[in-house]
Design a protein around this ligand. Structure first.
Ligand code: CTP
Length: 411
């Protein structure tokens, strides 16, 4: 693979040397493009000797070759490590004030940036906004590691180890090559619940619903293709789940709630696609309920289940987490589908609610869907119709467009 390794000016630039050696050992062709300040930390001869390629920092170095265009278009993968706060800011602003930033404007291949800076700089709203901008354009910004920084201080901001950067970057390149999807959810962890819960009446019977879970699975696959780390909480799914990295299988609402709440503190986004039973039998006998001939059915007493979505929206198990709900509506004499959906959005407090009409052959168990996405006030932010994958992509687009912008928080 032809890799362009951008290096910006931070103490962690020494680790770029190790990354370069590793990538060369794996048989990749690497061209290093440092910024001028990177060369204050590591000399050009080191990069030239290890890469076997010329090193330049300025657009004016190779004028006849139009270096920034040639480099950008000739690369299969760009890795910027370390990416300083300044480099992130310049890249986010689309500046072209040296060879590296000019090249970043000409590339068509996946771009992976590994930030390294002090915790305060990483958490500063300016950097958070720059990272969000870059991610929204498909740049894969890796979460920095937590630990000892340059001085005596510790916290998130450390450059991840060269082995980890290489592995992640090559994974991104592999995925993009395989699927051609933009990597605009890269660096984010998302939890998606899918399917329908079953509330046991006795050991052989349950109260369930018609949800196939296809829309939730499409959301999980779309997120994974777009670079996110995905946890799928699968309630009674029969859909094939091959290739989805982290699947937690559950049956009842109580199990679904436990699984979602266990994963949520590590998640940037939680999407509740699952059709959750509102009520469960108050008691579940250990033995099968028998029919007594001549006697009518024994009544089943029901109790209310907790509203998992409303809890997540209220508690925000991770600061800044985006919570998305679904509302399958039919409309009735008191109002149409959108009327009920908008009221539900205001009631639940989720950041986005995806309203879809069901019944009459629509929604459940079909391969297509039509949705209106509303915000917490019930205002329409997007509409989508098409395959469940197309609807899934529209939901992720809406998540990325949220204001304030979604920014991956550090573990
Ligand atoms: N939901 C949940 N926990 C529940 C019920 C629903 O988390 N106990 C979530 C669903 O996963 C979905 C959203 O809430 O994201 C809306 O589900 P829905 O069944 O339409 O909402 P209800 O509050 O049950 O409203 P309704 O009276 O229309 O059934």
């Amino acid at each position: 693979m032809r890799i362009l390794l951008g290096v910006s000016g931070g103490v962690a630039a020494y680790k770029a040397v190790l990354l370069l050696r590793l990538l060369r050992e794996q048989g990749h062709r690497v061209r290093v493009v440092p910024t001028a300040s990177a060369l204050r930390f590591v000399g050009a001869p080191t990069f030239e000797a290890l890469s076997g390629e010329k090193v330049s920092t300025e657009v004016f170095d190779d004028v006849p070759q139009v270096a920034h265009v040639a480099l950008g278009q000739g690369a299969d993968l760009v890795i910027v490590a370390p990416a300083t706060a300044d480099l992130l800011a310049r890249a986010a602003a689309g500046r072209a004030d040296d060879l590296l930033t000019s090249t970043l404007l000409t590339v068509h291949c996946p771009v992976v940036m590994a930030p390294a800076m002090h915790t305060e700089m990483w958490q500063h709203p300016a950097t958070v906004a720059n990272v969000a901008t870059l991610r929204s354009r498909g740049v894969h910004v890796i979460e920095p590691a937590s630990g000892r920084l340059t001085g005596k201080d510790t916290g998130p901001g450390r450059l991840p180890e060269p082995e980890d950067i290489a592995r992640l970057a090559l994974e991104v390149a592999g995925r993009a090559g395989a699927r051609g999807a933009p990597q605009d959810l890269a660096g984010l962890h998302v939890v998606v619940s899918a399917g329908g819960t079953r509330e046991p009446i006795d050991p052989v019977r349950f109260i369930g619903n018609l949800s196939s879970g296809r829309q939730g699975v499409a959301l999980a696959r779309a997120a994974q293709d777009r670079g996110a780390r995905v946890t799928l909480v699968a309630a009674n799914l029969t859909e094939p789940l091959d290739g989805i990295e982290d699947v937690v299988r559950v049956g009842s609402t109580a199990e679904l709630r436990d699984a979602v709440r266990a994963a949520a503190p590590g998640a940037d986004v939680v999407v509740m696609t699952a059709a959750v039973a509102d009520f469960r039998p108050a008691r579940t006998p250990g033995a099968k309920i028998k029919k007594v001939p001549g006697q009518g059915p024994a009544p089943i007493e029901l109790v209310e289940n907790p509203d998992i979505l409303a809890e997540l929206a209220r508690e925000r198990l991770r600061p800044g987490q985006v919570v998305v709900g679904f509302a399958a509506e039919t409309g009735d004499e008191t109002g149409d589908v959108l009327h009920h959906g908008r009221a539900k959005a205001r009631r639940k407090g989720a950041d986005l609610l995806v309203i879809n009409p069901v019944g009459g052959g629509r929604g459940f168990g079909t391969d297509s869907n039509e949705v209106t996405i509303v915000d917490a006030q019930g205002e329409t932010v997007a509409q989508a119709a098409g395959s469940k994958r197309e609807v899934a992509d529209a939901v992720w687009d809406a998540v990325l467009k949220l204001s304030p912008p979604l920014a991956a928080t550090t573990d």
